[in-house]
Write a protein that binds this ligand. Structure first.
Ligand code: MRU
Length: 348
């Protein structure tokens, strides 16, 4: 962890705590998650969010599920673990890191030789995922910083920063590294309706690190891109397919379309743990969240009574709009089928 970076997840002597992101930016406080159900609820309610972070927290959630397992049979214990793994994976269906990390911890259970050794085996695996994700973020920073020049302005969407990861970030990692290299970078953050991850979280963490940031409403992105004041768009990703389709926070696709139209390069930035080289674009499940997130603002209803809402949480940007994909193993360019496969992911 760099001294400046926020620490969104802590695992100390078997105790899991996370920054409650629903309270930011007014309050920076940690909440302890003591059971697998509490972990599942924290992910679903987005007290923790961001693809790599929910992967890591889900991994520790599976470790915590061992508290509920009371049997001396390893076979029976693994059967119960499977049930908790599925419960965790089901909390947010779109991002690939959650499934990937939980499956890794579940699979580690096959190497334990007794029920009593399960805890240490699973905790070791979850810790190794956590440490690897932090190192990946720092490598992403190095690869991505080479795309940025002194004086650049970057537009980003949602929050793909330290708060969406174990620290340091994905789309914000190149910005942090470039600033550490002495480049002056400023950021334009879209507010990201309906839950305002851009206005609340990206603006909070960049200000925390003294990186200049301005907020725009989502609908202003095309107008801002048309003015020629944005040098690069950098966004995170929740799932990147072998075709180069990028699934990310709802509102990413219109930014990519506008960037293409106005000739601004658009990069997705993610660790290889976000790659899904198996699924076809038409099979990606887009999480549909509660209508109340759209219909209410700060507890007050904004639309007339009896009007419903659609609330897809993610969209999919096709590869034609993607200038490149920055990962912890290098920058992939089209044709993505070849370039992404050569980066590799252990289980894809
Ligand atoms: O719904 P969220 O806030 O979990 O969505 C987060 C995003 O879409 C991020 O851009 C993505 O997870 C990349 S984070 C490094």
């Amino acid at each position: 962890m760099t001294s400046k970076s926020l620490e969104p997840v802590r695992w100390r002597s078997g105790v899991l705590s996370v920054i409650d992101q629903t309270l930011l930016p007014s309050r920076l406080s940690y909440v302890r998650l003591g059971s697998v159900e509490q972990v599942g609820n924290a992910i679903k309610s987005m007290r923790v969010r961001g693809a790599p972070l929910i992967g890591v927290v889900g991994a520790f959630g599976l470790v915590l599920s061992l508290k509920k397992i009371r049997t001396n049979s390893l076979f029976e214990a693994r059967k119960q673990l499977r049930k908790y793994a599925d419960l965790l994976i089901g909390t947010r269906p779109t991002g690939v890191n959650l499934r990937w990390a939980v499956e890794r911890v579940y699979n580690a259970s096959s190497t334990a030789d007794s029920v009593s050794s399960l805890h240490d085996t699973l905790a070791r695996e979850a810790e190794s995922i956590m440490h690897a994700e932090l190192e990946s973020a720092q490598r992403i920073g190095e690869y991505g910083a080479s795309l940025l020049e002194d004086g650049d302005t970057v537009l980003t969407h949602c929050n793909a920063g330290a708060l969406a990861t174990v620290g340091y970030g994905t789309a914000l990692a190149p910005i942090r590294t470039a600033v550490e290299q002495g480049k002056r970078i400023s950021v334009i953050a879209t507010e990201t309706r309906p839950l305002l991850q851009g206005a609340r979280l990206t603006a909070f963490e960049l200000t925390h690190d003294k990186i200049p940031v301005r907020i725009i409403v989502d609908g202003a992105a095309a107008q801002i891109l048309s003015r020629g004041i944005v040098d690069r768009v950098l966004v995170g990703a929740d799932r990147i397919l072998r075709t180069g389709h990028v699934t990310n926070k709802i509102g990413t696709l219109p930014i990519a379309l506008a960037a293409k139209f106005f000739g601004v390069s658009f990069y997705a930035v993610a660790p290889v743990s976000t790659l899904d080289l198996k699924t076809d674009p038409s099979s990606v499940v887009i999480e549909e969240r509660d209508q109340s997130e759209v219909l209410y603002f700060k507890g007050r209803r904004v639309g007339p009574k009896n009007v419903g809402a659609l609330n897809p949480a993610f969209d999919i940007t096709p590869p034609e709009l993607v200038s490149g994909i920055v990962t912890d193993k290098g920058v992939a360019k089209a044709p993505y089928e070849e370039s992404l496969r050569s980066l590799g992911k252990d289980d894809s």
